[in-house]
Ligand binder design. Structure first.
Ligand SMILES: Nc1nc2c(ncn2[C@@H]2O[C@H](COP(=O)(O)OP(=O)(O)OP(=O)(O)O)[C@@H](O)[C@H]2O)c(=O)[nH]1
Ligand SMILES: [Mg+2]
Length: 188
């Protein structure tokens, strides 16, 4: 076992004992990753955030957990930066703009490359957020599962798809409650 892999295992064990977790927030640009993270942090919709450059690192306190969120830049030319954050993650969130049907194939490919077929993240629970449900054309979770092929791709993974809106807050708490439940179970 390499030094990095032993170190990452040791770190995860230590973080779990202290109810601390590092969570990666992935997704295409403009999916709503930063808006969602800020909503969880402040409880309000912050409009007009500028696209992320690099990554934003925040801490969220949720149900007794200190969760460090790494909200990465989704633009294509920044995606090579994602992989430096993979080691030591307890869970990953993948945010999708559910109203942007044209980009769903791209979202599906990026989800596959960076999450499903990524050996570094193969053991972590994956929370897929079908964001922007306030928009009338938004695709909802059951259809999203079919369109992204999740029922086949994710059959050996712990994952959930939640409808949510970082604008209204709908579904956000439920989704994070699922995530924290997964973290709790991983402590047992
Ligand atoms: N209607 C609606 N708009 C949203 C929602 N979430 C985010 N947005 C808007 O979508 C746009 C992009 O949001 P960001 O949070 O910057 O997206 P991002 O995924 O962080 O994008 P990058 O930083 O470029 O990767 C902004 O105009 C947000 O106001 C939502 O739930 N509903
Ligand atoms: Mg952002």
């Amino acid at each position: 076992m390499s030094f990095m892999s032993s170190f990452s295992k040791w770190l995860m064990k230590k973080l779990r004992a202290e109810k601390k977790a590092k969570i990666l927030i992935l997704g295409l640009d403009a999916a709503g990753k930063t808006t969602l993270t800020k909503f969880v942090n402040t409880g309000v919709f912050l409009e007009g955030l500028t696209p992320t450059i690099g990554q934003n690192i925040d801490t969220i306190n949720f149900e007794g957990w200190d969760i460090t969120t790494i909200d990465v830049a989704g633009q294509e030319h920044f995606r090579f930066l994602w992989e430096i954050h993979y080691p030591g993650c307890s869970a990953a969130i993948f945010v999708i703009d559910s109203a942007d049907i044209e980009r769903l194939p791209e979202a599906r490919d990026i989800l596959r490359i960076h999450l499903f077929n990524n050996p570094v993240l193969e053991k972590v629970p994956a929370l897929i957020l079908a964001n922007k449900q306030d928009l009338p054309s938004a695709i909802q979770a059951p259809m999203m599962i079919q369109l992204l092929n999740l029922h086949l791709d994710m059959k050996d993974r712990t994952f959930a798809v939640f409808d949510c809106s970082a604008l209204t807050g709908k579904g956000v708490v439920e989704a994070f409650a699922w995530l924290v439940n997964q973290l709790e179970m991983s402590k047992l």
